[in-house]
Design a protein around this ligand. Structure first.
Ligand SMILES: [Zn+2]
Length: 546
């Protein structure tokens, strides 16, 4: 008997002050009846102990499951009179603080396990796992547990990276704060205003370096919140701003640029600074896009249909998949994957002229404007766009079947785009391939004024990469402002307005490039079903995961 007693007691949430009176084992639940055995209890308000029992009271709470079986504890506690005449509480319920919080429906150790799962998995996925483990808890409770968890404050960093991130693209922006030395997240702020940053900084003295973009709000917030810290214009943003400036400038020369042959797929340079500008990926053809959508529809159908036939309800599926329930119903009740509803065919102005256009195409006339003029002369009343679309379709068909013998015109080689040209300038000079250098040389031969642009771009990047110091920085700003093209002159003027931070960028090695990685982490968490990713939940989960 004593050995059973020891085993039973050691399975309880606390081994002190509890007596196990009864255990009943049902098919999927174990119910244990317990009684508190402390000789006296303490008033939670005034701390005076009391032995005067008013009544007995039963609390019910869930404890850690035993295998697949849920465990319910029925704990008999006493209600006592408070003996302290001045105390505001007359009657109080005995508490077992190490075992269960006042009024809680779960023991502390169960709550702790559920909280860990909530942090790891988020609301709904967490609730599903927790239910399978025999600890059924609603998604709302899981989120409440996260909210109630105190944040472990990260130590105040010496070098702080400040950047913004989109909570909802183009709608709400927050601020992400990074310890640039430890490469870890320090905090999230709910907006990107100067005031919020300033008051955050005021609470955390000792920050020596603040690396930020050149937005006025962060500069202002940093100046007010940490006046002694050195502000550094972040190299990542400076590089991006230069890239945008070059883009605008090259865009004016796009006619010249597109005649230059594009060197083979430029590679990402092995430079520590991540380059935010990449050549746009080739656009997938419309046919491929359609095929992709069809495949996605088919796999969605299979998934919904399978679960529906296994007994899942439409509402449940809609919730789980974050889809409109009408969509889910359509898929669930269909015997095969529903096709997109076909639009009724519109009367087409172009139809009578199509044979003529095809004939001209076969003869080798692929010029949309000329074809339009020809059929307009025949009485076509539609617009040039109709013809352009038709010609584009013919071109796509031809590309899809490159073996068509009669009209085997060579596919024109792809010309350089303004974005490609920017990319070539941003690539470190020593890493350029001969073909890339040739492309740049051709560019300056055709538009000699671009030579200055390219040289100024290269010099600016050298400032950030080799950090020759303030003098070189000031010299660049002067040169760009006096000798640059209009786009570069404007860029130089903006740099002058933030000159000390830009100079600091030319001295110090700080870069917010790593925030990119942290923002990815954020996005991953956001995707794991936080509803509309409530800011506070996101912040707590991210900080506790660090
Ligand atoms: Zn009291």
């Amino acid at each position: 008997m004593p050995s059973t007693r020891t085993l039973a007691t050691s399975l309880l949430p606390t081994d002190d002050g509890l007596r196990l009176d009864d255990v009943s084992i049902g098919p999927d639940q174990i119910v244990a009846t317990l009684e508190a055995t402390a000789p006296r209890s303490t008033c939670p308000v005034c701390g005076t102990w009391s032995e005067t029992v008013h009544s007995l009271y039963q609390r019910t709470m869930a404890d850690l499951p035993w295998g697949q079986q849920t465990v319910q504890l029925r704990l008999r506690v006493r209600k006592c009179f408070c003996r302290q005449p001045t105390c505001s509480r007359r009657i109080f319920t005995e508490r077992l603080p190490t075992m269960v919080a006042p009024y809680a429906r779960r023991t502390r150790r169960l709550t702790e396990v559920v909280r860990l799962l909530a942090f790891a998995l988020g609301g709904e996925p967490g609730a599903r796992i927790v239910e399978r483990l025999g600890m059924a808890t609603s998604p709302a409770t899981l989120l409440r547990l996260i909210r109630r968890t105190a944040v472990v404050e990260a130590p105040t960093p010496r070098a702080l990276g400040v950047d913004d991130w989109a909570q909802r693209k183009r709608h709400t922006y927050g601020t992400i704060l990074i310890d640039l030395e430890q490469h870890r997240l320090v905090d999230l702020l709910p907006d990107r205003t100067a005031d919020t940053l300033a008051s955050w900084l005021q609470d955390r003295p000792g920050i020596e370096v603040i690396s930020r973009d050149r937005s006025g709000a962060y500069a202002d917030g940093a100046a007010r919140g940490a006046p002694d810290a050195m502000q550094v214009a972040d190299r990542f943003h400076l590089t991006r701003n230069l890239g945008e400036t070059l883009d605008r400038c090259f865009n004016r020369y796009r006619g010249v640029i597109k005649e230059i042959e594009r060197p083979d797929a430029p590679r990402r340079p092995a430079d520590e600074t991540p380059i935010p500008i990449r050549p746009a990926p080739p656009r997938p053809s419309i046919e491929a896009e359609k095929a992709g959508k069809r495949a996605a529809r088919q796999s969605r159908y299979t998934l919904i249909r399978e679960r529906y036939l296994k007994g899942a309800s439409i509402a449940e599926l809609a919730r789980g998949l974050k889809l409109n329930w009408k969509t889910v119903r359509k898929y669930a009740q269909a015997d095969q994957c529903p096709e997109r509803p076909l639009r009724p065919p519109r009367p087409r102005l172009l139809t009578p002229y199509e044979p003529y256009l095809l004939q001209r195409w076969e003869e080798g006339c692929h010029n949309g404007v000329r074809l339009y003029r020809e059929i307009a002369a025949q009485g076509f009343s539609g617009s040039r766009i109709h013809v352009a679309r038709f010609v584009a379709q013919l071109r796509r068909d031809q590309l899809a079947q490159p073996t068509t013998p009669a009209s085997a015109t060579p596919v024109p080689s792809q010309g350089l785009t303004p974005r490609d040209a920017t990319w070539l300038v941003i690539r470190p000079v020593l890493e350029r391939t001969p073909a890339e250098q040739t492309a740049l040389d051709q560019l300056t031969q055709r538009a000699p004024e671009l030579e200055r642009v390219i040289v100024l771009g290269e010099r600016f990047l050298a400032l950030l990469r080799q950090r020759p110091g303030d003098l070189a920085c000031d010299q660049w700003v002067t040169d760009a402002a006096t000798r640059g093209v209009p786009e570069l002159r404007r860029f130089a003027v903006k740099l002058t307005q933030d000159l000390s931070a830009v100079r600091a960028a030319g001295r110090a090695a700080w870069s917010n490039g790593q925030t990119e990685g942290q923002v990815h982490k954020l996005k991953r968490l956001k995707r794991s079903r936080y509803g509309r990713a409530k800011f506070d939940l996101l912040r707590l989960r991210l900080l506790n995961a660090a």
